[in-house]
Design a protein around this ligand. Structure first.
Ligand code: G16
Ligand code: MG
Length: 223
């Protein structure tokens, strides 16, 4: 039986990727002389702040052009810009269907926690007024490895005392689905089958998320 749900944030609960992109695009252009594009942005999804900077530097062929101190300054500049953008978020930025889905899970009595790589996740959840649904939020500062390592999903499940085999994880990124499955959890994908084909159950978008279907697919797999 299902004992708990762990959620990714960006791409599942809200679309912060556009704000990350806007902030990185400006810092990359102004400070690094690198013009990023939507294909680069895809590679930043679910990836930590410093790793995102490294992806951009690699794309621009400037992997070894800066010291760690300089890199920290670029990351801080990006984050300041990002924070000014997410300050304007409201509950209207919750992705379609998510509020009803969270209500259905709560009504069914399953605890939920958040497995987001973002250090800004607590602030975003507050802006979206979704705090009441999440019993816990993993602090990414405590992690030694990023997705696809299962660590973040394991911590999220531990926080709600949900055994991994009885936990359902939701993700929109390949690395996230891989992490959920490596943790021994049931993976719910939100996105395209070409990308997330390995998920245990897949929904084309958040509006189609269906708790009854997830419970049935989970029961079938654990039979
Ligand atoms: C999110 C985004 C990533 C971002 C990361 C860290 O991950 O998808 O693009 O780099 O958080 O964010 P911050 O700079 O705010 O700490 P997730 O796991 O919510 O999809
Ligand atoms: Mg995501």
């Amino acid at each position: 039986l299902i004992k708990g749900f762990v959620f990714d944030l960006d791409g599942v609960i809200t679309d912060t990727a556009r704000f990350h992109y806007q902030a990185w695009k400006k810092v990359a252009h102004d400070e690094l002389g690198i013009d990023i594009n939507p294909a680069v942005n895809e590679k930043l999804k679910g990836v930590s702040r410093m790793d995102s900077l490294n992806v951009i530097l690699k794309f621009g062929g400037k992997e070894n052009a800066y010291t760690d101190t300089e890199k920290r300054e670029f990351a801080t500049e990006k984050n300041d810009l990002y924070k000014s953008l997410i300050k304007q978020m409201t509950p209207a930025d919750i992705l379609p269907g998510i509020s009803n889905f969270l209500q259905a899970i709560t009504k069914a009595g399953y605890p939920m926690s958040l497995a987001s790589a973002s250090r800004n996740a607590p602030f975003i959840i507050e802006r979206l007024e979704l705090g009441e649904y999440f019993a816990a939020i993993v602090d990414p500062a405590t992690l030694s490895k990023g997705k696809p390592d299962p660590e973040i999903f394991e911590k999220a499940a531990d926080l709600i005392h949900s055994p991994y085999a009885d936990t359902v994880g939701l993700e929109d990124a390949v690395a996230g689905i891989e992490g959920i499955q490596r943790a021994g959890m049931f993976a719910v994908g939100v996105g395209k089958p070409e990308v997330l084909g390995k998920a245990d159950i897949l929904f084309p978008d958040t509006a189609h998320l269906d708790l009854a279907k997830i419970e049935a697919a989970f029961a079938e797999k654990r039979k």
